[in-house]
Write a protein that binds this ligand. Structure first.
Ligand code: ZN
Length: 309
């Protein structure tokens, strides 16, 4: 068995992937308080929002302000999602540390959500890279291949197509790439197989796994990816988020549960789990009536584990 990595990064995506699917519009001050507390609990990579038109996602309309606040925290990698070149130009103007361009490997999902084929998104990546280089900014560019394990609209998505598109994003100028199980279709065996190939192809430019807990397998999928050498995972506090095609589904792996699993397995994340649990309680209080998830908050940390305190 391959030994587990010594360190792993839990990248918080609750402020984007989580909030975008909730009805509550969290005030800017609360988003900033969330970021401050997550930073204090040891989180150093946070996706703070998305540069999409406010009429499409009013929940994320304040992304520029939230990003400006995040940039005041020393050593925090403030990430934003962008759907296209226009969003990337805003991310560059606002000085995001990293911008993430999603691409859906499912052609049906890509056309429905982005009104572009996957290869048209690859062409947009090339334009974004050119804009970044012309801007002189240091913003990193990540290409995230979604629906990597299947799609509610299209059904099966071929691994070979996922890997082709991942490499096409790198060839078009992405600094790094990641894979996402957007709809919660993955299982640990499929994750191990696909991520192992992705790392073989992309090497150190393969950077992150993004798993939704739609069917309760997010942490099992993280573990499978850890075993093949992935060391960065997206997660959302209290597992917030969801999927429009799967009512009641949770979002990403819950940050606090993932932090616990990694710590319990001896993988260092630098995260203060009691502080994350306290932040979880605060954020859940702000999201009254919204579905929240996770398991650790119910039972608390095991008493056998002084290292967690
Ligand atoms: Zn997601």
């Amino acid at each position: 068995m391959i030994p587990l990595p010594v360190h792993a990064v839990v990248r918080e995506v609750g402020l984007r992937d989580g909030l975008q699917s909730l009805e509550t519009v969290l005030p800017t001050a609360r988003k900033c308080a969330w970021i401050a507390a997550a930073f204090a609990a040891g989180q150093r990579e946070i996706e703070v929002g998305s540069f999409v038109p406010a009429r499409l996602l009013p929940q994320l309309a304040d992304t520029a302000e939230v990003l400006a606040y995040a940039k005041t925290l020393p050593g925090l990698v403030a990430t934003v999602l962008v759907p296209n070149l226009k969003g990337a130009e805003r991310a560059l103007e606002c000085g995001a540390d990293l911008l993430l361009l999603p691409l859906s490997a499912s052609h049906a999902h890509s056309l429905a959500n982005l009104r572009k084929t996957p290869d048209e998104v690859v062409a947009e990546m090339a334009r974004i890279r050119a804009a970044r280089d012309a801007s002189g900014k240091k913003t990193l560019i990540e290409g995230g291949v979604g629906t990597a394990f299947g799609c509610t609209l299209q059904g099966a998505v071929k691994p070979a197509e996922v890997l082709r598109l991942m490499m096409a994003l790198l060839d078009a100028g992405a600094d790094r790439v990641s894979l996402a199980d957007t709809v919660g279709y993955a299982n640990p065996r499929a994750v191990a197989e696909l991520f192992e190939q992705a790392i073989q192809l992309a090497g150190e430019r393969f950077c992150c796994g993004h798993f939704h807990d739609t069917r309760g397998l997010a942490l099992a999928n993280v573990y499978a990816a850890l075993q093949v050498g992935v060391t960065r995972f997206d997660a959302s506090l209290a597992g917030i988020g969801g999927c429009p095609h799967a009512p009641g589904a949770s979002g990403n792996a819950a940050t606090e549960d993932l932090a616990f699993m990694l710590a319990a397995c001896g993988v260092d994340t630098g995260l203060d789990i009691p502080a994350l649990l306290a932040l979880r309680a605060q954020v859940v209080g702000w999201l009254q009536g919204e579905p929240t998830h996770g398991a650790l908050w119910r039972a608390g940390l095991p008493t056998t584990a002084p290292a967690f305190a």
